[in-house]
Design a protein around this ligand. Structure first.
Ligand code: BMA
Length: 831
């Protein structure tokens, strides 16, 4: 016993000094001195890695910025060529003396032949996988490494020729690489290639920790039962001690007999009075530091720390009144999911930096989002994305990377998909943020109603559908079940396409009647599904993004330099059509951009509110889409340069845990309180009808309350109070100090007068405070400037005689002349 204590003390002291995560494995990055060229070319150019060929060409100033003007079209030649990369590196005698040496590639995009010292060691064919190769025998003192990337198009043609039928949506289905690279209705076509992840030599003797998974077996308020599942490769059978520490305290220590070769070991442990991980809006996203230490009789062998939140997550799909529910329970509590669909942040992944992840995910928190959906046409994100979601308390709906198509199903393809699933599930399974793994985006909807079956024989249809089943009801759910601690799996988003009437009563829904079928925004109010996982409307990006694209100081949205940044064939036309319905159509490009953003915010705001009012029937509202991968006219709330469009501010307010919402129903305005918090609220509801000069025409006040996690109709305001002219009045509603203003006609019908806005600017520690006042109600006040920074609120209504204080956070100096302002008043008044 005394011996054992002494041993643990020794080991503990040793650990304090051992910063390295895994002493058994020495890691050498091979990131230096890379060069690249087109295979047919003579001259080599320097290359930083990880990167794409496109980024390397740009770094060498060999191409123009792909995001400017119509450069996209001029750069298509890049993906039609083959490219190669080379470097040299040393492996000294001490490294080579290690018993095992592997070369690891954490990302190769996509068809790569890897030569080490002129031996072909690897042929990769999946950009989503990680590759490794035993190189012990090939490694020398001085080594050359060369990687040849074959262009994807040629290989896809070969694969296509092997099929006696055509698969829908083009050749991209043959390549396991991000599907948006082939162009999307918000994204350019850049079929990249290159070394997309770190390249490392990993060398070790005797023992290697392959993987550690902290499986949460059971959890209640008293204790969490966990198992550390450890995958080890050992050269010989020997005895080790495995210790688990939680937040620095040892909670378990086990002696274990290692088996020779690769084996799995299970170490159970408990945490008493565990702290639950919550989404940021409901509590603390608490993360434990769980450290697994492996000792032999002399010293610490290996140590790995996993930051893990403890929580239970459940997808409830049981029958309710003959229909199937669809909601998430976090820690046993049904939670309304508020958020958006996430796409890759750049066409060239290497250009997304740590601070971009930090900023975008902080923006999601600021916008009161508690869930993002990682959409299936993009990428399995880097670890940092999931680390930040864990920390910030954002849940993730994680798609597998399949979108809007039917895929092949030959043995090699299925095996490749299986390995891809194993790689990514294992990499991501310790993250508490992942709430769901979903098979694909819109594949089954497409098959059912996008005409993909036309012209195919019964046998062909059966075969294609059989391949679908093999992946989405076979391989993927099997791997999720086998490798995770009961994370739910969902076959496809949406469950039913909108052509199937069940889309509204079962599973998740993508409602594209608005936009693609040009239904009015009011459609959202009458058609609320169980969980809206996609709905959206386009808006122009910021002035900054437009100026970047056109490389000009003025706003021109119809020139050839800009129009290629609208990827939806009817996009411009649909924006105009909807604008004519609800908003004034301005006659300058600058105003048109502004009103297009108001329009987008107005429509999607209506949808979010309708979905939240319908809680608990509806339990989720994820709009399409959070962000962009370049500057473009799209459905995003945050544009390609990180600027917030009006939608993002509207979403921020509409997603607050307490929402005051209204709906016009014949001769009444119904007022709802929606409360997502875990405790109820009581207070005074104050209503006051005002004209646009602020004169109070009517008022009332009453006690009101709303329960925890509840939406409640609290007041019916009779329109008879107003009389017939509803264009110049607004209803101010206040509940416990939270205020909202409702209107009775469409924005274009409002009798708004230009008026005058007084402003004051004060320097503050983290930027500036802008104070605005006006004698007249000012609608949709938009502040903008060329100075880098962020307005904490924008596109707001300014009530007459009331001060509005806006924080502008910036490191720069804001010149008063560079602060501009637009209002809907000015546009309406001048027409
Ligand atoms: C959704 C997405 C994307 C697309 C968007 C807008 O269904 O899944 O495929 O960009 O529609 O059309």
């Amino acid at each position: 016993m005394i011996y054992r204590f002494a041993f643990l003390l020794f080991a503990g002291l040793c650990f304090l000094g051992c910063k390295k995560q895994d002493k058994t494995v020495s890691i050498t990055d091979i990131h230096d001195s890379w060069q690249f060229k087109e295979t047919a070319a003579k001259d080599w150019n320097t290359a930083s890695i990880p990167a794409t060929v496109h980024s390397n060409l740009l770094e060498n100033q060999m191409i123009d910025d792909p995001f400017v003007g119509d450069n996209e079209f001029k750069l298509q030649w890049i993906s039609e060529k083959d490219w190669e990369y080379k470097t040299t590196f040393e492996a000294d005698a001490s490294l080579r003396s290690k018993k095992h040496i592997e070369l690891h590639f954490d990302g190769l995009d996509t068809y790569a032949s890897v030569y080490l010292n002129d031996s072909l060691i690897l042929e990769a064919d999946n950009a989503f996988r990680r590759w490794k190769k035993d190189v012990k025998k090939i490694l020398r003192d001085k080594n050359s490494l060369r990687i040849v990337f074959k262009n994807a198009t040629e290989i896809e043609e070969v694969e296509k020729a092997k099929l006696y039928y055509e698969l829908p949506e083009g050749n991209r289905v043959f390549s396991r690489k991000p599907q948006f690279h082939y162009g999307w209705d918000w994204g350019p076509k850049f079929i990249t290639s290159g070394i997309s992840g770190p390249v490392q030599l990993k060398a070790w003797d005797d023992l290697k920790v392959e993987d550690i998974f902290i499986r949460q077996e059971k959890m209640d308020n008293e204790r969490a039962l966990l198992t550390a599942e450890i995958e080890l490769t050992a050269d010989e059978s020997k005895t080790v001690t495995v210790e688990v520490k939680v937040n620095g305290d040892a909670v378990s220590s086990h002696e274990m007999q290692l088996r020779k070769g690769r084996s799995d070991y299970r170490i159970p442990f408990e945490i008493e009075d565990p702290q639950w991980w919550w989404t940021h809006n409901l509590g603390d996203p608490y993360l434990y530091d769980i450290q697994v230490n492996i000792f032999d009789s002399r010293a610490l062998y290996a140590s790995k720390t996993i930051r893990k939140g403890l929580r239970t997550i459940e997808l409830v799909t049981q029958e309710e009144e003959g229909k199937k529910a669809f909601y998430f329970k976090l820690n046993g509590v049904p939670v309304f999911m508020k958020g958006a669909n996430y796409i890759p942040q750049n066409s060239f992944q290497d250009r997304v930096k740590k601070e971009d992840y930090e900023r975008l995910l902080s923006d999601a928190v600021k916008s009161n989002m508690n869930m993002l959906r990682v959409w299936g046409g993009g990428i399995y994100e880097k670890d940092i994305f999931y680390d930040l979601c864990d920390e910030k308390g954002i849940l993730l709906w994680q798609d597998f990377m399949f979108a809007c198509a039917m895929y092949p199903g030959d043995e090699a393809f299925l095996q490749n998909v299986k390995e891809e699933a194993i790689d990514n599930i294992k990499r991501l399974r310790n993250h508490s943020s992942i709430a769901l793994w979903c098979g694909n985006n819109e594949n089954s909807e497409g098959w059912a109603r996008w005409g993909w079956q036309a012209g195919k024989s019964e046998e062909q249809k059966e075969r294609i559908w059989g391949h679908y089943q093999a992946v989405f009801n076979g391989i993927l759910p099997e791997q999720v079940k086998r490798l995770t601690d009961d994370i739910p799996y969902w076959e496809s988003s949406p469950k039913y396409g909108r052509g199937d009437e069940r889309y509204i009563s079962e599973g998740d829904a993508h409602d594209w009647w608005v936009w693609h079928d040009a239904y009015p925004f009011e459609h959202f109010e009458e058609n609320v599904p169980r969980f809206m996982s996609e709905f959206g409307f386009q808006g122009f990006p910021s002035y900054k993004a437009i100026k970047y694209v056109t490389q000009s100081d003025s706003i021109d949205i119809s020139g050839k330099n800009f129009v290629s940044h609208q990827k939806h064939s009817r996009g411009f036309q649909l924006i105009r059509e909807y604008m004519e319905r609800d908003f004034p159509v301005p006659d300058t490009d600058e105003d048109y951009v502004y009103v297009s953003q108001l329009l987008q915010a107005y429509g999607i705001g209506k949808g979010i509110e309708a979905q939240r009012r319908a809680m608990p029937y509806c339990m989720g509202s994820l709009y399409w889409q959070l962000n962009d991968c370049w500057p473009v006219v799209s459905w995003s709330g945050i544009d390609g340069l990180g600027e917030w469009k009006a939608l993002q501010y509207t979403a921020k307010h509409a997603f607050e845990d307490l929402l005051l919402s209204s709906r016009l129903q014949q001769d009444t305005l119904e007022i709802n309180l929606v409360n997502d918090a875990l405790s109820g609220l009581k207070g005074d509801l104050k209503l006051s009808l005002i004209d646009f000069e602020g004169k109070e025409l009517w008022k009332t006040e009453m006690p009101a309350e709303v329960g925890a996690n509840e939406s409640k109709l609290v007041y019916r305001f009779p329109l008879s109070v107003i009389g017939t002219d509803r264009k110049e009045v607004a209803l101010k509603v206040d509940f416990n100090g939270k205020e909202r203003v409702f209107y009775f006609v469409k924005p274009k019908e409002l009798g708004l007068k230009r008026g005058k806005i007084e402003r004051q600017i004060q320097k503050k520690e983290s930027g500036y405070e802008i104070v605005l006042t006006s004698d007249t109600l000012q609608k949709d006040v938009f502040l903008y400037t060329d100075t880098e920074g962020h307005f904490e609120d924008n596109f707001f209504d300014l009530l007459p005689g009331t001060e509005k204080r806006i924080q502008f956070s910036t490191q720069a100096d804001l010149n008063e002349k560079d602060l501009h302002l637009k209002t809907l008043n000015k546009i309406i008044d001048s027409q």
